[in-house]
Design a protein around this ligand. Structure first.
Ligand code: GDP
Ligand code: FE
Ligand code: FE
Ligand code: FE
Length: 192
């Protein structure tokens, strides 16, 4: 396929150069899971591939890189109070745009939302959010259940992942990013 030679191969090189071997293998696992979900739920294979390959592009960057982008591009200064866990998606998308030349807004949004989810998510956003969680290399408690749900109902997989991520954050007394709570309220909480 042209995509593989013209787009994917050069992208893969840049991504591999930006991270450890371990993280690179995670990224390849996310691509595999994302392609499976894109096929199953009818999303673009190419967009799923590009978003998966780039979703953690900025994960190993020093904090200073993120702080500089926040200041230079006029992001909400409250972001300075957060850390790599939040920055590598929200601000990482900007680094993907600048450094890898990816301008497709639907891909950039999927990168931006991949850690926290959002109340409003497109099919591609859900695919990357879930693929990141269920990729073959991940070993988290309840992962087999998450994989089984993802094969049946993508929205339910979003809910399962959100509930377990939030429970984990609370367990370890981590600060919860407001968007994570919005995701919980939309996809997990019972309406009343
Ligand atoms: P990874 O980049 O493939 O390791 O996975 P993610 O991007 O999904 O998550 C990165 C880290 O952010 C994980 O340790 C999550 O538990 C954590 N995380 C997710 N949501 C939040 C949040 O609301 N607050 C904080 N502090 N961490 C979060
Ligand atoms: Fe990530
Ligand atoms: Fe995730
Ligand atoms: Fe990831």
């Amino acid at each position: 396929m042209e995509y593989d030679k013209k787009v994917r191969a050069p992208l893969l090189k840049k991504i591999q150069a930006a991270m450890s071997q371990r993280r690179f293998e995670h990224v390849l696992g996310v691509e595999k899971a994302a392609l499976f979900l894109a096929e199953k739920y009818g999303a673009s294979q190419e967009k799923a591939s590009i978003a998966a390959l780039t979703h953690d592009y900025a994960k190993e960057r020093p904090d200073e890189d993120f702080k500089k982008i926040i200041l230079d591009y006029g992001y909400d200064l409250d972001l300075l109070n957060w850390n790599n866990a939040i920055w590598h998606g929200v601000i990482g998308a900007k680094l993907v745009e600048i450094e890898l030349g990816i301008t497709d807004e639907s891909i950039l949004q999927a990168i931006r939302l991949h850690t926290t989810g959002a109340a409003q998510m497109t099919l591609l956003d859900k695919i990357i959010y879930v693929a990141d969680y269920i990729e073959p290399g991940r070993d988290i408690p309840g992962i087999e259940k998450a994989r089984a749900i993802a094969k049946k109902d993508l929205d339910e997989a979003v809910a399962y992942e959100t509930k377990h991520t939030l429970a984990h954050l609370i367990e370890i007394h981590a600060p919860v990013y407001p968007k994570t709570i919005e995701t919980y309220n939309r996809w997990v909480a019972k309406k009343r």
